[in-house]
Design a protein around this ligand. Structure first.
Ligand SMILES: [Fe+2]
Ligand SMILES: [Fe+2]
Length: 137
């Protein structure tokens, strides 16, 4: 798999969703580093959890619509990212800011890596299939 060096996949809808997803991760990281209140942190965390689930479901739906052959491996990657997100939730739940900062840093690296590899390859596949529209109606 050839990695892409930027976060842009070439699919506008997917890129917009990644921008929000990464934006929420960065917002959570900054809130922790700046010692913001627990309410702010749990608010951003619940938005991140909700948005990540919606984004992964939307990608997986697109994969099914387009009969994407590598869907199994891609879904497994999403599951691993959700597991990492749970480690962040565990850190927040335990009020352990050191653990949470470590786990959110790991989540950020894994998500960026996922976008540059798996999402990039899926996007290239979508560009190559012009018999089915690349966007949901
Ligand atoms: Fe994605
Ligand atoms: Fe993905």
């Amino acid at each position: 798999m050839t990695p892409n060096h930027t976060l842009g996949t070439g699919q506008a809808d997917m890129d917009a969703e990644h921008k929000v997803q990464i934006g929420l991760i960065l917002a959570l990281e900054q809130s922790l580093q700046r010692g913001r209140g627990r309410g702010d942190i749990t608010d951003i965390l619940s938005q991140l959890v909700e948005y990540t689930n919606i984004h992964f479901m939307s990608e997986q739906l697109l994969m099914r619509l387009h009969a994407y052959p590598d869907i199994g491996a891609h879904e497994m990657e999403h599951d691993h990212l959700i597991e990492q997100l749970r480690r962040v939730e565990d850190g927040v739940g335990a009020s352990d800011s050191e653990m949470t900062v470590t786990e959110i840093g790991m989540l950020k690296r894994l998500v960026i890596d996922h976008i540059k590899t798996h999402d990039h390859v899926f996007s290239q596949y979508l560009t190559g299939t012009d018999d089915v529209p690349a966007r949901l109606p």
